[in-house]
Design a protein around this ligand. Structure first.
Ligand code: SAH
Length: 537
């Protein structure tokens, strides 16, 4: 506890002892017990018990005990008189999740009131209730869950990265999904984070030491208030963007200082994804904040990404509030889409490409080929400006939706089920030519190990597309693999141009839309690259 806090409490402590002496002298002989409880996975267990005279208890024992419980259990050095006391203290500090608790037994009423006052005001102890026999007063203070990280972890935080990997965790006194106090190797407080006991990413920072802490006790209530403020700011930012769509991202995880939380808006409905133990545990509070801030007709949790299994969390889809229909109509850039929020890819649509579709439309003309079309985002927006549009996707469901969306919006699209790799080769054999080609494949590199294969895949489709493109034509080429960064992707496309024996200029270098912003210093948040290229000859 801060020195200032100690000074502030000092007079009160003396008052209490003085008052106790004056008002109820015999009470000094009464028994007051100190019990320290340890919270195990699902129950509370008594791990140490001492009995002492009240005065002794107040002056000597309670402070080290509450300090031990409140701060860092490791600080709780034995201050007791005897070896037994020392042992008890040590047992407290050995426990990972200690809860300091005091049981006041069989004391006279005025004294009970004083004790109550003392525990609540001085020791900052919270909560008081009687047991089933109405005999005792219990005062319980939960220890702040905490995690100590290594010097390397501390450096990483200082560089602005909000993740701490398991290898940089030195000591854990917390449970899965807790909001924890993060300390450096020399006990310096570094901030608060969400703790995961399964993921390689053990900590996701919520607040640095300088930022307002999630609350004096590190408890859930204040973390929830912090999350609510961040939600409010994230939503206000999206409102300021004047987005030409009724579907867009409201919360983009780390980039909104809400690590591992995604919230997408589809008209009057919201879709959330909680991708860590900590965010998963806070979903009820998140849902209630979203209801207050957005007033949606329904909130769906698309908690089915595979990333959840790395956290030991179930993959599931649940309606968390209101009602969510089977199909939700939204518009984007003047095109209407019927979206299946429960089963569509990602949270229903690829919202991150909206601005790239709008940019690409400026160059679209003649014959258009949209590869990896999904529900037809590029085909429909660009197709309005083209003479002929072919869309290809390997998924029959996706192609059925392209046809439905095309009919609904009055855009002519020849939507085909097929493997783009085969189709491009086939078209090349047939001598087909296009004026505009879009390549928006799924992430070929899902992890570092698959980067070499992914490079081959990206090069192949870009090479084929450049061969199919007329001179003067436009290639819109994308990669959403974080593991292939912008420079890598530029190199791959350059290799493809060399092999295709053509000169290519970069007309625009783009990324994910403004509602999916990139957090500087956190490369993981820059995943989508989109180059608009012109084939010269
Ligand atoms: N361009 C789309 C998003 C594409 S997502 C949009 O703007 O909304 C990637 C799509 O590629 C998915 O729909 C998936 O079904 C499809 N896909 C994956 N591998 C494929 C392959 N080899 N050939 C064709 N489509 C493929």
């Amino acid at each position: 506890m801060a020195a200032a806090g100690e000074r502030r409490r000092e007079p009160q402590r003396h008052d209490f002892v003085r008052q106790a002496k004056r008002d109820d002298a015999p009470a000094h002989g009464e028994d007051v017990g100190v019990v320290v409880l340890a919270r195990q996975a699902r129950h509370v267990e008594i791990v140490a018990e001492r009995r002492a005279h009240a005065g002794h208890f107040v002056r000597r024992d309670l402070f080290p005990l509450t300090a031990a419980a409140q701060h860092d259990a490791a600080i709780g050095a034995a201050v007791g008189d005897g070896a037994a006391d020392a042992d008890a203290d040590r047992r407290i500090v050995d426990r990972r999740l200690a809860v300091g608790a005091v049981i006041v037994d069989a004391v006279s009423e005025p004294r009970e009131r004083l004790l109550q006052m003392f525990f609540q005001c001085e020791a900052g102890v919270v909560g008081a209730h009687r047991n089933s026999h109405g005999q005792r007063l219990y005062y319980v203070r939960e220890m702040i869950p905490s995690v100590v990280i290594s010097a390397r972890g501390e450096n990483r935080l200082r560089d602005g990265h909000p993740w701490i990997y398991r290898a940089d965790v030195a000591d854990v006194r917390a449970q899965a999904g807790d909001v924890v106090l993060v300390r450096g190797p020399r006990a310096r407080v570094l901030g608060h984070a969400l703790y995961s006991d399964r993921s390689q990413i053990a900590l996701r920072m919520l607040a640095g030491a300088a930022a307002p802490a999630p609350g004096a006790s590190g408890g859930d209530v204040d973390a929830d208030a912090l999350i609510r403020r961040r939600l409010d700011a994230a939503i206000a930012f999206r409102e300021s963007l004047a987005i030409d769509a009724t579907a867009y991202r409201l919360v983009h995880g780390e980039a909104d200082l809400l690590p591992s939380l995604i919230v997408d808006r589809y008209g009057e409905y919201l879709v959330v994804q909680a991708l860590s133990q900590g965010m998963d545990r806070r979903l009820p509070a998140i849902v209630s904040a979203l209801q207050d801030l957005v007033h949606p007709r329904g909130i769906l949790a698309r908690n089915d990404p595979r990333a959840r299994t790395l956290e030991g969390l179930e993959q599931r889809v649940d309606v968390l509030a209101g009602e969510v229909p089977e199909s939700v109509r939204v518009t984007e850039l003047g095109i209407a889409y019927d979206v299946d929020l429960r089963r569509g890819q990602k949270t229903g649509l690829f919202l991150d490409q909206r601005e790239n579709r709008a940019a690409a439309a400026q160059y679209a003309r003649g014959r258009l080929l949209d590869c990896f079309s999904y529900n037809g985002g590029f085909a429909l927006v660009l197709g309005r400006r083209c003479q002929e549009t072919i869309a290809i996707d390997v998924s029959e469901d996706a192609v059925a939706r392209v046809r439905q969306n095309a009919a609904q919006n009055g855009v002519a699209v020849d939507a085909r089920v097929g493997n783009v790799f085969d189709e491009l080769r086939g078209m090349e054999r047939l001598g087909e030519r296009f004026d505009t080609i879009v390549l928006d494949p799924p992430a070929f590199a899902k992890n570092k190990a698959s980067v070499a294969n992914a490079r081959g895949g990206y090069k192949e489709i870009n090479l084929r597309a450049l061969k199919l493109l007329e001179p003067g034509g436009t290639l819109v080429t994308c990669s959403c693999s974080y593991h292939v960064n912008e420079a890598d992707f530029a190199e791959i496309v350059y290799d493809a141009a060399l092999d295709a024996q053509t000169h290519v200029t970069v007309v625009e270098k783009r990324m994910q839309g403004r509602d999916h912003p990139v957090l500087l210093g956190v490369p993981e948040t820059y995943y989508l690259k989109c180059f608009i290229l012109r084939k010269l000859a």
